[in-house]
Structure formats: structure tokens, C-alpha cells
Ligand binder design. Structure first.
Ligand code: 3PG
Length: 306
């Protein structure tokens, strides 16, 4: 069996070494395609592989067509909006993710961005503290729960809303539940997004919703750029000069945001919520174990195209 790690944004070396330990133990061959710049490189590399480990790398019908022997693709991470699930099913390929494995890494970055934001991008002027501020968490999955845990360490008041998680479950985790996302934005100083990119959520973070934030409000996005209605957010930030937008996923209109909102907008050069050695090791090794579990024992626990 041959396993390919195809990562445009590479894992740390220690994660690749850890994956190799798992594939070696199973007697599988491991190949590596990192930092590729052309889709053609991916199409060539998948030609003879049985299993594929990816990150945000796109696996569409063309990739699946080229991967004639492929049986399983594992997205080492949470969001699998980069895999064409219907095409995977049509090609008889099992698609999986590794939920939770990089959640703490993303949650810690939220606070890196927040401290940078409330301290005025470290420009030396007097900023504000997070202590006592109200943080709204939109979607209470693995990342949202980790954000809540860290927020409590900062002494923040924490509120969450999740369309798929009942209020009782949120409150059982020691977090106040908002009735809906409107209430979350209306009542919080800061809102952190942890929703997946789905047809329902795409562009759902719009002018009207973000406009509900209190004066001096901050929107943090370590989820997906697609959930933001970019023209709506630009219009709002032009009108509301008190608002800040901090993200680790550059919007399509990055240049316009940067030009118009200097001092109120920050985007990391690359998506980096999950860019820690620990997250890479956790997600990468989980992916390798899931591949062995599936190919050897038929385990489909984390399959997302059932
Ligand atoms: C995820 O969905 O797991 C995160 O967004 C991380 O994505 P990445 O592996 O491309 O950094």
C-alpha cells in the first residue's frame, strides 16, 4: 500500500516523521509532496497511491479521476470543505477528517490575535485588556470549547451559540448560551467565529449581523474566509470606525481591507491556526492511524461521506 502526504502548506518535520513511524509499522510506503505550486504536480503524485493525507489541499473530481487506486483520503484537520464529498463517494473513496486534533492550536491563535488587536497592533499606544470583556463564541465545537477554556483563564465572560448544539450542552460546559447569533453579536465585545463553511454559513457573517457589535467591537475569524460577506463587512467598517477585524484567513479583498482599515484590520500572511508542531503531530498521526485502521480493519469512524 502507498500513502501520499500532499500538503501545499507542509506539516512540521516531527509530524512527518511520526506519520512515517505509523506507515512503516503497517508495512506501507510513504511518499511526500510538499509546497507544490501547480495542480499538475498533485495529479501526477496521486496516480499510484492507495491513501492520501491532506490539509486544506483541494481534492476534487479531477484529482479523484487521476487517483485510480485511491481508497481513502484523510483531511488532517477539522474542516473538509476542500474535499468534493459527492465526487469521493462516486469514486468509491472514503473521506475522513480528524476532528479535535488541531483545536487547541487554533484556539491559542485566537488569543494571539486578540491581544495583538486590543493592544493596537503593538504600536506602543495604550490599549485595553481582555479581563472582564464579554467573548461570544459562534459554534461550540472542538475549537469553540477550547476558546472558552482559554478565555476563562483571561477572566473573560464567555457566551456561545451553536445552531447544532443545544443550550443545555453549552451551559453544562460552564458557558452561557445565547438564544441566537443575533443575541451573541448584540451582547458581546468580541465575537470569535468557529463555524464551518457550508451552503448555510457562506457569507452569513454580514453587514447586519456584525453591525450589532457593541462600540469598539472586534470580530475574530479563524474559521473560513467564505463565511464572511466581504463587501458587507467593508461597508460596515467604513461606517463604524470603531470596529476591528482580525483573521488568519486572508479575505479575497485583503488589499482593500488593508488599505482602508489600517490599524483596525489584521490578517496573517498564511492560514496558521493549525500551524504548530503539536497540532501537526496530533492531526497527522491521527490521519495515518485512521488510514491503517480503514485499510487493515475497515474502521470508518471518522468518515464524512457516509
Ligand atoms: C482545519 O479545518 O482543521 C483548520 O482550518 C486547519 O487547516 P490547515 O490544516 O490548512 O492549516
Amino acid at each position: 500500500m502507498k500513502v501520499l502526504i500532499a500538503t501545499e502548506k507542509p506539516f512540521s518535520k516531527v509530524a512527518v516523521d511520526g506519520i512515517k513511524v505509523v506507515t512503516d509499522a503497517a508495512g506501507y510506503e510513504l511518499a511526500l509532496l510538499e509546497k507544490y505550486t501547480e495542480k499538475k504536480q498533485l495529479l501526477d503524485a496521486v496516480a499510484d497511491v492507495d491513501a492520501l493525507i491532506i490539509r486544506s489541499d483541494k481534492v476534487d473530481a479531477e484529482v479523484l479521476d487521476a487517483a485510480k487506486q485511491l481508497k481513502i483520503v484523510v483531511r488532517a484537520g477539522a474542516g473538509y470543505d476542500n474535499i468534493d464529498l459527492a465526487a469521493a463517494t462516486a469514486h468509491n473513496v472514503v473521506a475522513m477528517n480528524t476532528p479535535g486534533q488541531n483545536a487547541n492550536s487554533v484556539a491559542e491563535l485566537v488569543f494571539g490575535l486578540l491581544v495583538y488587536g486590543v493592544r493596537n497592533f503593538f504600536n506602543g499606544t495604550s490599549g485595553t485588556e481582555l479581563l472582564g470583556k464579554k467573548l461570544g463564541i459562534l459554534a461550540f465545537g472542538n475549537v469553540g470549547r477550547n476558546v472558552a477554556r482559554v478565555a476563562k483563564g483571561f477572566g473573560m465572560e464567555v457566551v456561545a451559540y451553536d445552531a447544532f448544539c443545544p443550550a443545555e450542552a453549552i451551559e453544562a460546559a460552564g458557558v452561557k448560551a445565547a438564544k441566537n447569533q443575533e443575541e451573541l453579536f448584540e451582547t458581546c465585545d468580541i465575537v470569535s467565529l468557529h463555524i464551518p463553511a457550508t451552503p448555510e454559513t457562506k457569507q452569513s457573517i454580514n453587514y447586519a449581523l456584525v453591525g450589532k457589535l457593541k462600540k469598539g467591537g472586534i470580530l475574530v475569524n479563524t474559521a473560513r474566509k467564505e463565511v464572511i460577506d466581504e463587501p458587507g463587512l467593508i461597508k460596515l467598517m467604513e461606517e463604524r470606525t470603531d470596529l476591528k477585524y482580525l483573521t488568519d484567513i486572508k479575505p479575497d479583498a485583503d488589499a482593500e481591507f488593508a488599505e482602508k482599515f489600517a490599524g483596525r484590520y489584521f490578517a496573517t500572511p498564511k492560514k496558521m491556526g493549525a500551524q504548530t508542531a503539536e497540532a501537526n503531530v496530533n492531526a497527522g498521526i491521527a490521519a495515518a492511524n485512521q488510514i491503517v485502521g480503514f485499510l487493515r480493519d475497515g474502521i470508518t469512524k471518522f468518515q464524512v461521506n457516509k
